[in-house]
Design a protein around this ligand. Structure first.
Ligand SMILES: [Zn+2]
Length: 73
């Protein structure tokens, strides 16, 4: 029974952490055109905050749309 409660607690804290992470990424500024272009051209490097850019792109419809527009140019 104790194991069941522990699983629920682990699940709840995981969910809370996940929400905080999503919030932090959401609050991040939108990606620069230059960054989006680098993603399209696959010339983006680690120093361009590649991971953060991809994470932001994963949840931001606005930047996804702009990335699509840039790739069509
Ligand atoms: Zn964005």
């Amino acid at each position: 029974m104790a194991g069941g409660i522990l699983s629920i607690l682990i699940f709840l804290s995981f969910f809370t952490i996940l929400q905080v992470v999503v919030q932090i990424i959401r609050q991040q500024k939108h990606l620069e055109d230059e960054t989006l272009r680098k993603i399209v051209d696959t010339t983006i490097k680690d120093e361009d905050n590649y991971d953060a850019a991809i994470a932001h792109l994963g949840i931001c419809e606005k930047c996804q749309k702009r990335l699509e527009e840039i790739s069509l140019e």
